[in-house]
Design a protein around this ligand. Structure first.
Ligand SMILES: Cc1ncc(COP(=O)(O)O)c(C=O)c1O
Length: 386
């Protein structure tokens, strides 16, 4: 009997080791990883520079409270701001970073309400779940926090919902859990303009899209957006739990001493890893991610898009959605991929989701596309003969 609450349906094998973009289970089977956890280990597994950075810190001090100066936090924070003078509040997860963003937006504007979008995902704490556009995962937990309204993502009619009573509008530039749906550039810009017009803050959740996933450090940079607040987590320390809320300097006055905090936030081990991650994600590295992503998208369009069971392919950079129709179920495809020793993910609406480590070589990414083609064919013939 498992002693864990059954909040996850787990696959029947355990990952016990990783090297680069490859993972190994307890029986020694090797897998090509197209998941990075769920978009976490962007730099892959067992990375010497990261191991060294964390090990060095391990022998210095594991934990200090936030009552003392932290040059590590300062260094990571300075690199997370897209403008020189932005401020950072560290957290331990994406959920917590979003929770901080919602609190700060309320306090700074003196307003209560938020506009969020259908099929968004921002976390599972009361506040972050409130602005998550998935009614199913709220079941049994209502009422949550008052003040959230929802509109359709990428819909220009949603702009009219951005009114002067809003503390903020929260969105993902590419909806991840919601099915890897990229925001329309013009729509995103119009949302930002309307926020400015009515004095609502623009909160961008970069928890899944951030840290190089889409080919830039933050996805919003590719859309020319300038959020008041943005949040990151997942890839920030390549798997050591951490989150961060980054906001414009003028918001600092609303998050004074005692207004927010967390015992573990900005933990030295996480900061040592984050510092090394940020050092690695330089322009040259990000350009390579973009090039590999272009090659992979081209291969998918050539090999997968013409297949009967593939409706469309979406995403940005190495955040990819392969939208399957009813001819196959994504669950079956994942199981087939496992038997071919490839790990992938699913998202809403029968979507096969890929979030490969950013360090995966182009050859490995293309091999992944071939494996997916093989898996889709195998599942389709099995379904047809069943
Ligand atoms: C866009 C987005 N926001 C927030 C979260 C929640 O992050 P965490 O699981 O680290 O709390 C996730 C997790 O998948 C996410 O994809």
């Amino acid at each position: 009997m498992s002693h864990l609450f059954p909040t996850y349906t787990r696959f029947p094998f355990e990952i016990v080791k990783g090297i680069g973009a490859h993972l190994f289970d307890e029986q020694g089977n090797e897998y090509l990883d197209l998941t990075s956890g769920i978009g976490v280990c962007g730099l892959g597994y067992n990375v010497k520079a990261l191991n060294d950075a964390v090990e060095h810190q391990l022998h210095q001090v594991w934990h200090t409270s936030n009552l003392y100066e932290s040059s590590l936090q300062e260094s990571v924070a300075a690199q997370l701001g897209v403008h020189q003078d932005m401020l950072v509040s560290f957290a331990n997860s994406g959920t917590e970073a979003n929770e901080a963003a919602l609190k700060l937006a309320r306090k700074a504007t003196g307003r209560l309400d938020f506009l969020a979008f259908d099929h968004s995902f921002h976390g599972r704490s009361a506040g972050s779940l409130t602005v998550t556009g998935n009614e199913g995962i709220k079941e049994g937990f209502l009422p949550l926090v008052p003040g959230a309204r929802f509109a359709k993502y990428n819909d220009f009619a949603a702009i009219d919902e951005i009114k002067p009573d809003l503390a903020g509008v929260i969105l993902e530039v590419v909806q991840g859990e919601g099915g890897v749906i990229a925001g329309d550039a013009k729509w995103l810009k119009t949302v930002q303009d309307k926020c400015h017009e009515v004095g609502a803050l623009l909160l961008i959740d970069e928890v899944q899209t951030g840290m190089g996933r889409t080919g830039s450090l933050f996805a919003f940079e590719q859309f020319g957006l300038d959020p008041d607040i943005y949040t990151v987590a997942k890839g920030l320390a390549n798997g050591i739990p951490v989150g961060a809320m980054i906001g414009k300097k003028e918001l600092g006055q609303y998050f004074g001493p005692g207004s927010h905090g967390s015992t573990f936030a900005g933990n030295p081990l996480a900061m040592a890893a984050a510092q090394q991650v940020l050092k690695t994600l330089n322009q040259e590295f990000l350009s390579t991610v973009q090039q590999k992503a272009v090659a992979m998208h081209q291969a998918m369009e050539k090999e997968l898009l013409p297949m009967d069971m593939v409706d469309s392919i979406s995403g940005l950079g190495l955040m990819i959605g392969i939208h399957l129709n009813q001819a196959v179920s994504v669950g079956q495809v994942l199981a087939q991929l496992h038997s071919q020793h490839v790990l992938a993910l699913s998202a809403r609406d029968n979507t096969l989701r890929l979030l490969p480590p950013l360090i995966t070589s182009q050859d490995e990414l293309l091999a992944g596309v071939d494996e997916i083609k093989k898996a889709l064919n195998t599942v389709e013939s099995a379904t047809a003969t069943a």
